[in-house]
Design a protein around this ligand. Structure first.
Ligand code: GLC
Ligand code: GLC
Length: 815
């Protein structure tokens, strides 16, 4: 069953009924000011940090679902009837409801008893505010007198404190009202230089800023007293729950339309000029008024929207494809790229599953997110690499997370996730291939942000590898530490205390025994990436050393990391096998099959084939490839959190979508395009759109997990949006299945596509040059014959062109 449709032309997903299985959201803003918005206008906004600078309040896990948002109410003065044009929070019987989620904007439209409303929500590219552009049209054959009430509930900035510290918070709330602008200034009197503003373009009949007054005693957002009676209370918040509500009255003739603009924004004042008049406690508004005025006048709004469109045209224009499969096109050209941008911006901080108060920027997460984003905004990728690197420890290890406002490592979580530093090598390698920005390797970057500890980025990469080599176990395989990529495979934690967090509990074992075959594979991949980088710097000895280290590690995997039919997952703290035929449960894991083959292990003998065939036999479901199987049916102290989840969920044997592209890539290395693309389609959100009632999450973005075969709700997705799934699927489809990948020498074109495809077309902007690529299948295999601007060339890499060349036409004969 569907709840909407794709509008590919406009790059929108159009939701056609408001009661989607879960709120289906979008993101507004892509830099400092960010908002989440659901298909019924739920969600919240923040400035840079969703915990410390949250503008509006949102109630996670509330009933009804999706409480807190950007609410508008309309009230018919003649009948007293009121409704929300966005459905929530009144949930009336709307006609012609649509929600169009687009690139950085959302448009919700509906009609109720002949009153048509359309609201376009977006954040301009350069300004820290969101615009709600409302248009009301009277489709009745008689005039209508309407009231509009807006409503947002302010968050008292620190979202964690806001949700817990009521003995203080009920006292601190403060606002100012000036014309039609409501200023939220809680704590401005003391150490904050920032405030929020909520402005309206229309003359006001009234306003409210105290929630209790607006809603009335024991009433909810679905029937605020002010709206029901058709008149604001002009309340001023002193403590309790500051909110913003404007009341506008208007009369519309039949057929008449009326626009109105609401602005919600964030502003900082210079500390020395906080107050006006100086010495008072009133906000100095002179710094923000011009900005507010510019957008309220209306003339600036449409151009700002056009600029947002151009911004996305440019980003998405870097890579466009036309293939025989509409799901591939739609995800590559629009939604997957878009999701990559969102995950790059937000890491795992704020979604409907991530509350914005828990997690900072993950070290491994952000490095992987960069893989899906680097081609769209290489400058921002560069900065991200340097920020991440600055949190690396002198040992080569990494803080597992850092805080976006301070860019410092998070002490509460610390390090010891032994895979972490290796991902830095992959992200830097991807960045270098994309940009050719070799000087970045000489950028001086500190360890743990400590002044005086600066070393070239290149040395940081070296230490990332050394960190693994310094921590080898009894079989010469990398020690796992607290966990590797799989946060829940906790082989040294041995927690029997329900109050422990698996992420931070003290390790009960000294960590000298449990080894990870996955890290071994990742190490080989990273070391192989570093070889040409070292060589390019003229560091031949380094290159030889890394090559040798990769070869040796690969041998150890072959010797101790092979279980007979597939790669073993790990050795536990007793030296026993994990992910082996010998186990009762969890006999085969997906991660080492993907990572080892990606690293080239087993390609020369038949092991890679065997391992991937075992994946197909034992892990594949119609809803993607499960993380391991059989699922753990009980808690196993020696394995940790992985066995804490009920069978089929999360790390206990769901389709953990992040890992599926590793298998797709591995399959392309074996030349098996049919399989690779089949796996791709199984978890492709667009391809799953017809089963939206099973999948339940948004059909336009990936979710982290899809419940596995052992779950009662097999096929049900959870944790949409903020997942490494976005970047890796993007890499798998664009670079390995379509086969268009940046290399140090030029753009490689080596498609491994399904046998029945007769080809495809693509445009790729690479290092400032536009490549127009057309691939024609001439035979069954994957061999490539390249014709570049009419000239046949050997190999599958289009060499970097001479200076000045802007466009290159590439014809590929594949067979
Ligand atoms: C979550 C984490 C990621 C981890 C994965 C598997 O997505 O953010 O770092 O690799 O779970 O446990
Ligand atoms: C839990 C989740 C895992 C996530 C981790 C991050 O362990 O299962 O997916 O990576 O929390 O804190």
């Amino acid at each position: 069953m569907r709840y909407g449709r794709f509008d590919d032309e406009r790059r929108e997903y159009v939701i056609t009924r408001p009661d989607t299985p879960l709120p289906w959201i979008n993101y507004l803003g892509s830099r400092d000011y960010i908002g989440l918005i659901s298909n019924t206008a739920g969600g919240y906004s923040f400035y840079r940090d969703p915990r410390m600078r949250r503008l509006t309040r949102y109630r996670y896990n509330n009933v009804p679902f999706d409480t807190g948002g950007r609410y508008l109410y309309l009230r018919d003065a003649d009948t007293g009837e009121f409704w929300s044009p966005t459905w929530q929070p009144t949930r009336g019987d709307l006609q012609a409801y649509t929600c169009r989620h687009g690139m950085g904007y959302t448009i919700i439209a509906s009609t109720y008893r002949g009153v048509e409303a359309r609201i376009r929500y977006f954040v301009p590219v350069d300004d820290p505010l969101e615009i709600w552009q409302l248009t009301l049209t009277n489709r009745r054959d008689r005039p209508v007198s309407l009231s509009i009430f807006s409503a947002v509930e302010f968050c008292l900035w620190d979202a964690q404190d806001d949700a817990t510290n009521y003995q203080r918070n009920f006292n601190t709330g403060e606002v100012e009202i000036d014309d039609s602008v409501i200023y939220h200034k809680t704590e401005y009197r003391e150490r904050r230089n920032h405030f929020a503003f909520f402005a309206c373009s229309e003359p006001l009949s009234g306003f409210d800023t105290q929630r209790a007054a607006f809603l009335g005693p024991y009433r909810g957002w679905d029937a605020p007293l002010a709206v029901a009676r058709g008149e604001s209370f002009n309340s001023i918040a002193h403590g309790w729950a500051p909110m913003g509500s404007h009341h506008v009255e208007l009369r519309l003739e039949p057929g008449q339309s009326h626009p109105a603009i609401f602005l919600l924004g964030y502003h900082e004042n210079p500390p020395a000029h906080k107050f006006d008049p100086p010495g008072s406690q009133a906000i100095n508004k002179s710094t923000v008024k011009p900005l507010i005025q510019r957008y309220l006048d209306g003339d600036a709004v449409d151009p700002a929207f056009e600029r947002l469109r151009d911004y996305w045209d440019d980003l998405l224009g870097v890579f466009q494809v036309h293939t025989p499969d509409p799901h591939t096109d739609r995800m590559v050209n629009v939604w997957n790229a878009y999701q990559c941008m969102v995950t790059f911006n937000l890491s795992r901080s704020a979604s409907l599953f991530e509350s914005g108060i828990g997690r900072g920027m993950g070290f491994r997460d952000s490095n992987q997110d960069l893989l899906g984003f680097v081609h769209m905004a290489p400058r921002r990728a560069r900065q991200r690499i340097l920020d991440l690197t600055a949190t690396q420890m002198a040992s080569g290890g990494a803080y597992h997370q850092y805080q976006p406002l301070t860019k410092r490592g998070n002490d509460e979580i610390g390090g010891d996730f032994n895979d972490d530093p290796l991902w830095l090598v992959l992200s830097v390698a991807a960045y270098l291939k994309e940009t050719g920005d070799w000087p970045i390797l000489d950028e001086m970057v500190p360890y743990e942000n400590l002044p005086g500890s600066e070393q070239p980025l290149y040395e940081h990469l070296q230490r990332s590898l050394t960190y693994t080599l310094d921590r080898l176990g009894p079989h010469g395989l990398p020690l796992i530490g607290r966990a590797d990529w799989n946060d829940c495979l906790n082989l040294n934690v041995f927690s029997a205390d329900p109050d422990d967090s698996f992420q931070t509990a003290p390790l009960k074992k000294d960590g000298t025994v449990a080894e990870s075959v996955f890290i071994a594979g990742l190490f080989v991949l990273a070391a192989r990436e570093l070889v040409p980088i070292a060589r390019k710097r003229g560091a031949e000895d380094d290159a030889r050393q890394y090559h040798q280290a990769a070869v040796e590690m690969a041998c150890r995997v072959q010797e101790h990391g092979w279980d007979g039919d597939w790669f073993l997952r790990a050795y536990d703290a007793f030296g026993d096998r994990v992910g082996s035929r010998a186990c009762d449960e969890g006999q085969i894991y997906i991660e080492p099959q993907g990572m080892c083959v990606m690293a080239g292990i087993g390609l020369e003998d038949q092991r890679a084939v065997q391992a991937l065939d075992a994946v197909a036999d034992r892990l594949l479901t119609e809803h993607g490839i499960m993380l391991h199987h059989p699922a753990y049916t009980r808690y196993q102290i020696r394995l940790g959190e992985i066995s804490s989840y009920p069978p089929g969920y999360k790390e206990n044997s769901s389709t953990f979508c992040h890992t599926n592209p590793w298998i797709m890539i591995a399959e392309t290395l074996l030349g098996r395009g049919d399989r690779a693309h089949d796996y791709y389609v199984r978890i492709n959100p667009s391809a799953r759109e017809p089963i939206s009632d099973v999948h339940r999450c948004e059909p336009y973005v990936y979710a982290q997990t899809i419940a596995g075969r052992d779950a009662p709700t097999h096929g049900e997705a959870k944790n949409a949006w903020l997942t490494g799934t976005a970047a890796w699927n993007y890499v798998a489809i664009t670079q390995w299945i379509l086969g268009i990948r940046p290399t140090f020498e030029g753009l490689q074109i080596a498609p491994v596509i399904p046998g029945h495809w007769d080809g495809f077309e693509a445009t790729r902007v690479f290092r400032g040059v536009t490549y127009r690529i057309s691939v024609d299948r001439v035979g069954e295999g994957n061999a490539v014959r390249l014709t570049v601007d009419g000239q046949e060339i050997p190999g599958d890499i289009v060499p970097l062109p001479e200076e000045g060349i802007q466009d290159i036409t590439v014809r590929v004969q594949l067979g």
